[in-house]
Design a protein around this ligand. Structure first.
Ligand SMILES: [Zn+2]
Length: 321
């Protein structure tokens, strides 16, 4: 039986899976992402070592391995396979990752942006199997999107297609990591939610958040979700506000592309009804009724391994690239 490998390189951790071509996970592993020029190269070596261990554990014979897929944040040039600039991967820029991995495993290696890969994952293993036009959105540390149009990933003229996190929702608004102002990511990402909480706590000083984090400075977006489930009013309000902007983003996509489905994944979505209800109310308010009606909005069915399965799906995606 043919096997595939999926590598998901994120800002904090790298997760790895060995899977069958049907998407059944045979082995999984991970390591922390290290940044800085020397550390990044050491991290790549450690990752290759781990992969070798995993293929041994999963008893993958050389001729069974069909290929390896790698996904990373940022506008990846799928032709060169070199790591692009990314604010979360300091020191990694310019590493010829595809070439390095190919040298070690002697199989085809595919590289793409993490949200595009997740789009592939949904197309091949998930809810997008029978849908021609759909969009995958990850709402996590940052916000990214993968556009599947006419059954194919739309990358655009310079690999920036689907950068939904950088739609302007507030002209001259909050500063975004990308250097521009007012981006959706600066209002609705996990990072933005954590930042909003820290700013509000300096004024309010009464919230369950203070019991969940060691100090105001260390309150995170994840803490806001936890506190919301405990009924914390401030956290609920912060999530409502983020959800409103997220809804504007989704409505923009609906009006622009008229997709049949939007699939959401990422840590922020774990806030469940606290983000979903206000988000859908906002989408309904902002989107054209005909576009809204035609679009199913769902959570990813691929769970926490959506990134890995997406990366692994790149190997099977030749016909839909
Ligand atoms: Zn931005």
């Amino acid at each position: 039986m043919k096997k595939i490998i999926g590598i998901d390189i994120g800002g904090t951790k790298i997760s790895l899976i060995v899977a069958t071509v049907e998407g059944r996970i045979l082995a999984k592993g991970g390591l922390l992402t290290r940044t800085g020029k020397t550390e990044a190269r050491l991290c790549v070596n450690e990752m290759l070592r781990k992969l070798r261990e995993m293929t041994a554990v999963a008893r993958v014979r050389k001729r069974e391995l069909l290929g390896i897929g790698v996904c990373i944040p940022g506008p990846v040039n799928t032709q060169t396979g070199v790591v692009p600039w990314s604010p979360n991967l300091r020191g990694w820029q310019g590493i010829p990752l595809r070439q390095i991995i190919k040298r070690h495993f002697s199989v085809p290696v595919f590289m793409d942006n993490d949200a595009n890969a997740a789009g592939f994952g949904e197309k091949i293993f998930g809810a997008g199997k029978r849908i021609k036009d759909f969009v995958y959105i990850t709402v996590s540390t940052g916000i990214g999107g993968g556009l599947v149009l006419g059954g194919k990933i739309h990358r655009g003229a310079s690999f920036c297609g689907g950068e939904i996190g950088h739609i302007t929702v507030v002209p001259d608004g909050n500063l975004c990591k990308c250097g521009k102002r007012g981006c959706l990511e600066a209002y609705a990402s996990g990072t933005a939610i954590g930042k909003a909480a820290r700013m509000e706590l300096a004024k309010v000083k009464k919230s369950k958040l203070l019991e969940l984090a060691p100090s105001i400075k260390r309150v995170t977006g994840e803490n806001v979700t936890q506190a919301a489930f405990l009924g914390d009013r401030l956290s609920l309000e912060i999530l409502r506000c983020a959800a409103r902007y997220l809804g504007i983003g989704l409505a923009t996509i609906m009006n622009l592309l008229n997709p049949g489905m939007i699939v959401l994944g990422g840590g922020v979505i774990k806030a469940g009804k606290h983000i979903w209800k206000p988000m859908m109310a906002s989408v309904k308010k902002e989107a054209w009724p005909a576009a809204f009606k035609a679009c199913r909005v769902i959570k990813t069915e691929l769970g926490e391994h959506v990134g890995n399965l997406g990366a692994a799906a790149l190997v099977l995606s030749k016909d839909i690239c």
